[in-house]
Design a protein around this ligand. Sequence first.
Ligand code: ARG
Length: 580
Amino acid sequence: MSPLELLKSRFAEALAGLADNPAEYLDLIRVSQNPKFGDYQANIAMPLAKKLGQNPRQVAQAMIDKLRWDDILEKPEIAGPGFINLRFKTETLEKGVLQTFRDDRLGVSKIGNPRTYVLDYSAPNAAKPMHVGHIRSTCIGNALNKILRFVGHHVISDSHLGDWGTQFGMIFYGWRHFLDREAYEKNPVEELARLYRLVRQKADADPAVMAEVLNETSKLHHGDAENLELWRSVLPHCRDEINRVYQRLNIEFDYMLGESFYNDRLGPLTEKLRAAGQARESQGALCIFLEGEEVPMLIRKKDGAFLYATTDLATLEYRREEFHPDAILYVVDFRQSLHFQQLFKAARQLGLADEKTELVHVKFGTVLGDDGKAFKTRSGETVGLESLLDEAERRALAVIIANDKEGALSESERLENARVIGIGALLYADLSQNRDSDYVFSFDKMLAMNGNTATYMQYAFARIRSIFTKGNVDPQELRRRAADGSAPLLLREPAERALALELLKFSDAVYSVLKDYRPNMLTSYLFDLAGCYSAFFEKCPVLKAETDEIKTGRLLLCDRTAETIRLGLSLLGIGTVEKM
Ligand code: ARG
């Protein structure tokens, strides 16, 4: 049961004769800012009264008169100009929490009208090392993927690899002039990365080299046998490297088609658009002129080369034919905003996406270093993602060893914990930010035991687990009893009641992520939940509770808190450990 959904359905009934369109008012039921005034507050009367030309307090009263409340709520109260304060009966909350033991979704309902989503995220560029920027797309996309699926949507995930761009021209040029064959045989990806960096520097400094690089790229695109052969031989190494990172992050994709997959579609698509008059030549280049926009979208250069935009149009065409999506989400850096604005506009204009298909650029800001500039190594290079994962695990291990003075963990447990905690810290630090903002990367902050971090959440989880171990309570057994009604839950203390209410808000937190595709809505919830739990734990002894009945009730709250943290983190792609 989501308390908010319950209230909304009751108010929808109550509004039936009062408002023409009750649905538009339901979002005005909100969590109370101050628990003194109740659990929730309905701020509907003021706008409705305005519309009806009546007195808001009278409208509030009329709503209450029609509201079915006495089975679930204390008597609603009107405050100020017409706010309605709503407070659940304690019994409602008790029932709600007990209800969560009867399914394995912790009260999160399944969506009534599932949609098909194509989720385009991660999408690193092959042959260029993955860097810290890719962590954002990868972990935000992964969290959205898990949450969409969990609530029941159909999701197709695709890491749209940049496997066809100029970076291959760089590699080919480097291959012909600077290849260290022995190094390549030993570690192909490292050697390719070296070649890429070397040529990139040279091309930036010397237009003649850049021209060669572009020529190599163009040869590849036009089917030059030698370059194609070389491309085929190096690409698997690049894919292996990317897959290795995905494995470490425990991430899987349905597809990794990559830009190259669409190569054969670019010619026919641009021709079709030209023939239909939807694209026109301008100074030798082929362009789509977008309604109301000054700058056209370039889809074929004068020299015949296709662009990033062309591939994205072809990708849209393919996805529409293949997957019939209701929505396509692109989790990509905000710097590509203009590209996606144009792409979406073009897609509608060309009929590649109809009005019903939701197209969203789920954009995010930059990862910064201490100096407030884009996060770089000391030598000014972008920071490779793998080295960050290594470092996160190394630091997590140090924290684990420092905390485990009694040697409760075996060597292999320590290493496994270091993986879960290190990588969890990295992911959570990213996900807990408002995605539009830049954020400062800091290992110390992300691994802190206090504050809004994965480490804090994982620690809370492990501590709750340890209560069960210490008290010799089998959680499975307890859950079974709660499900069949033989384990009572009585909320007597305010801190117990507050924790129960918070637990029941989990469903809303999960759905709130999907409103605007913001995983930080869920991290904020988890952090609040952990806060409620701490307050409860401070006031309410669990194993030493006065009676068995009280103890059982408190253990139930402990178990739900741990499980909500576990499920919440797992929806964010983050694991938990039993002992910490
Ligand atoms: N490979 C691109 C990059 O690293 C991101 C691709 C995003 N997806 C897309 N369909 N354009 O910047």
